[in-house]
Design a protein around this ligand. Sequence first.
Ligand SMILES: *Cc1c(COP(=O)(O)O)cnc(C)c1O
Length: 233
Amino acid sequence: MEKVSENLFQVEQRIQEACRRAGRNREEVTLIAVSKTKPVELIQEAYSAGARDFGENKVQELIRKIEVLPPDIRWHMIGHLQTNKVKPLIGRTALIHSVDSIHLAVAIEKQAAALGVSKVPILIEVNIAGEESKYGIRKIELFDTIREASKFPHLQIRGLMTIAPFVYDPEYNRSYFRELKQLSVDIAAKNIDNVSMEVLSMGMTGDYEVAIEEGATIVRVGTGIFGERNYKI
Ligand SMILES: *Cc1c(COP(=O)(O)O)cnc(C)c1O
């Protein structure tokens, strides 16, 4: 059994220190506890220790957990989403981080309209390092994609998300985080209707402190809170 509350406490300390180093207020950064593959008992433990934002990457698992866990949890969809799996999420997630194509934006718009949900908050996922293996919009397509998605009345674009490369030294990702922050500033400066850039979702267990130093407003920490994931169970 992982000591979830102890891990949470330590992550919290490190977030506070990163905020202090960067001259930021702790309130500017939201910690998402990434609970994918983890049982509801461990989520309950994190909840009891004060966590209220949880991240999942599979629709079925997310819905199953929503139904048995406290109603004041804010659920975040952070995984790649197929267009035909969108429907159950509408109106039930605080934020969909992983909008990685205009097709997906269209699907969310359609389902939201059909269900009468007026504004679905989303982030646009950016493939910041241009990795073949990663989902996300490429940098050169980002402005056009955002302009197009901004026309959908049932979507609310609230910022950007990225999954940085897997590295052993988080310093290697600093320039990617800085670049995502700059992209968000550039997009905000265009004052596009229906687009705000107040959310920057970047940084995971290996690199969340560097991400905070570079402007993250959301960090997504799984292993650092719940321990290693076992995909076989
Ligand atoms: C799994 C996952 C995380 C958490 O990863 P850790 O390295 O365990 O902190 C964060 N973001 C996304 C999109 C993920 O899929």
